[in-house]
Design a protein. Structure first.
Length: 211
């Protein structure tokens, strides 16, 4: 196994897990799943850090997670969750899930990383039941021109070390272009200084357009 493969397979999943373990991330997770119910597809499941925030109305979680290191770390949280959690795939752009079979899709800091996001958004639309919604909190391109310019400038290096994460994706715009009706509930910088370029978050829901 080469150095890059070791980094992406073992080191990076642990680093991401720790980075998204702090209280700020937890507050955003709680908000993004506050009104989720029924059968949920969670893309970018990681080590299951969203599980404690799901309401009792969620009956089952279908987990899409490419990093088996992260999935293995989820064992304790899955046990504590006490409801079925099933690993259903590795790639959000290729879901082995039936059409119109889930009530919600949840994505927390994942759409910035999926290589073929256009295909993934098509898949989200396909698997959602009528009336179902995508619930998301994501990195996104900042609305201020100066910060956006810095995000674009650092993206080649950032993407290489952060597992393909894109700071320069305008998530609401991409959702709109994919035919979703977007309800953007909050957009906010959550850090100052150099970390500002990686901490513009958008939170909201998106409903597929007419099919």
């Amino acid at each position: 196994m080469g150095l890059r493969e070791k980094w992406e397979t073992h080191v990076l999943p642990l680093a991401v897990d720790l980075a998204l373990a702090e209280p700020t991330a937890g507050r955003w997770r709680r908000r993004v799943v506050a009104d989720v119910a029924g059968e949920v597809l969670e893309v970018g499941f990681g080590s299951g850090r969203t599980l404690p925030y799901y309401p009792d109305a969620v009956c089952r979680v279908l987990a899409v997670e490419p990093a088996l290191t992260a999935w293995e770390r989820a064992t304790g949280r899955i046990a504590d969750f006490g409801r079925p959690v099933v690993h259903v795939g590795l790639d959000g752009a290729r879901l082995e899930v039936a059409d119109a079979s889930v009530d919600a899709v949840v994505s927390s800091w994942t759409m910035c990383t999926i290589p073929d996001l256009g295909m993934a958004l098509s898949e989200f639309s396909r698997v959602l039941r009528p009336g179902g919604r995508l619930h998301f909190v994501e990195h996104s391109l900042a609305p201020t021109s100066r910060t956006a310019a810095i995000q674009r400038r650092v993206q080649p290096v950032w993407g290489a070390v952060a597992g393909g994460c894109h700071l320069d994706r305008d998530i609401p715009r991409l959702l709109d272009a994919a035919g979703f009706d977007v309800d953007l509930r909050q957009e906010r910088f959550v850090a100052d200084g150099p970390a500002r370029v990686a901490s513009f978050f958008v939170l909201g829901t998106a409903t597929p357009g007419a099919r």
